[in-house]
Design a protein around this ligand. Structure first.
Ligand code: SF4
Length: 112
């Protein structure tokens, strides 16, 4: 094998390793960020407009008839937390954590 070919292969391997390390770092940082975020206040303007509650079973179903018992933040497409954590981030509420057992009217089935 030529020196140029060896050099290309070496550079490719170094680059691929760097991408893998960066990906793992962002996963770790994401998990730490969720734990550090303050919980979403259900009485805040956006949260209350969407009927967010930290316990989905307390949803006002007269006001939010879309709610179903099996719908929780943890199985929502917008949830950013670990499936085993009590809370995690949400794409709708940047900088806040939502309860894994929470719910809001923007709930969407997480793709499996
Ligand atoms: Fe929970 Fe999904 Fe509403 Fe975010 S969008 S608060 S994860 S139900």
């Amino acid at each position: 094998m030529s020196k140029a070919s060896d050099r290309r292969r070496f550079l490719f391997q170094v680059g691929a390793s760097g991408v893998a390390v960066l990906g793992m770092q962002s996963l770790v940082v994401g998990a730490a960020d969720a734990a550090d975020m303050p919980p979403l206040d259900p009485s805040g303007p956006q949260a209350s407009a969407l009927g967010y509650v930290a316990d989905g079973t307390t949803t006002d179903t007269a006001k939010f008839p879309r709610y179903r018992a099996e719908q929780e933040c943890v199985n929502c497409q917008l949830y950013q937390g670990d499936a085993t954590a009590a809370a995690g981030g949400c794409l709708l509420f940047a900088g806040k954590s939502v309860a894994a057992k929470g719910w809001c009217n923007a709930w969407a089935q997480k793709a499996s």
